[in-house]
Design a protein around this ligand. Structure first.
Ligand SMILES: NC(=O)c1ccc[n+]([C@@H]2O[C@H](COP(=O)([O-])OP(=O)(O)OC[C@H]3O[C@@H](n4cnc5c(N)ncnc54)[C@H](OP(=O)(O)O)[C@@H]3O)[C@@H](O)[C@H]2O)c1
Length: 221
């Protein structure tokens, strides 16, 4: 089993942590306000979960999920993540989350922002295409006919294999879209990013499972 560190334990981080403990992984939760503010959340997840500082979560994780508003990306500590597999769930939405100078002025593509900051880590983009409340509704056992396939992208093949194995344990197949730059295919505003949303009910309707053939069509590959 894997220890998963969480930098950011809100809607997406919390939903992933719940799936992870359900799959038998250990999770270490952190946020910006300190472990005492997460003790209750960790207790609610059971003995496989604990609250920690950001630095401790980064150090403890075999895989570390970064799930914070994009504008705070530079606060993610680079040193404890050097050489580690990091899952980047971030979506850039300046209207709701605030703008980022590196993106607006320096021209860094939003989907490369975290890898640029964490140059020594192996960043894999994942989970950025699923509304947090839909994660537990879409998760299925292996080989279920309506299991969904999630896109991942990253520059390190070993890291992507580790992330794919983790995602499989959480109830999803994966489609490797290629290098991190290819995550532009499922960035905000693309059809793949909204794959699971029912166009009539959007966020309030039940999510639609999306298998590999439909996903590859949406990705345009
Ligand atoms: N919500 C979704 O359905 C969804 C889906 C796909 C992708 N995403 C992306 O995933 C990211 C997280 O979204 P979310 O909806 O989960 O946000 P959220 O519910 O607001 O949670 C954000 C979490 O990040 C923590 N945080 C904020 N600044 C931090 C920092 N500097 N260091 C450590 N932790 C920090 C917050 O803790 P404090 O409260 O202590 O600050 C909180 O635990 C965003 O980039 C979003 O675009 C979200």
């Amino acid at each position: 089993m894997t220890t998963i560190g969480f930098i950011g334990s809100g809607r997406i981080g919390g939903a992933l942590a719940r799936l992870a403990v359900g799959a038998g992984h250990d999770v270490v939760l952190s946020n910006s306000r300190g472990p005492e503010t997460l003790r209750e959340t960790a207790a609610g997840l059971g003995p496989r979960a604990r609250a920690a500082t950001v630095g401790e979560a980064a150090a403890a994780g075999d895989i570390v999920v970064v799930s914070i508003p994009v504008r705070f990306h530079a606060s993610v500590p680079a040193e404890p993540l050097r050489g580690k597999v990091v899952i980047d769930t971030l979506n850039y939405d300046p209207a709701r989350q605030g703008s980022v100078p590196e993106i607006e002025a320096a021209g860094v593509p939003p989907y490369l922002l975290l890898q640029t900051h964490l140059a020594g880590a192996h960043v894999v983009k994942a989970f950025s295409t699923v509304f947090f409340a839909h994660l537990p509704l879409l998760a299925r056992p292996a080989f279920a006919p309506d299991r969904s396939t999630l896109p991942i992208a990253g520059d390190d093949a070993t890291a992507k294999r580790a992330v794919a194995a983790l995602i499989d344990s959480l109830g999803f197949d994966t489609y490797d879209a290629g290098a991190l730059t290819e995550s532009r295919r499922f960035a905000p505003g693309t059809p793949a990013q909204l794959a699971h949303l029912d166009p009539d009910g959007m966020f309030s309707a039940p999510p639609r499972p999306v298998g590999r053939p439909a996903l590859t069509t949406l990705l345009g590959v």
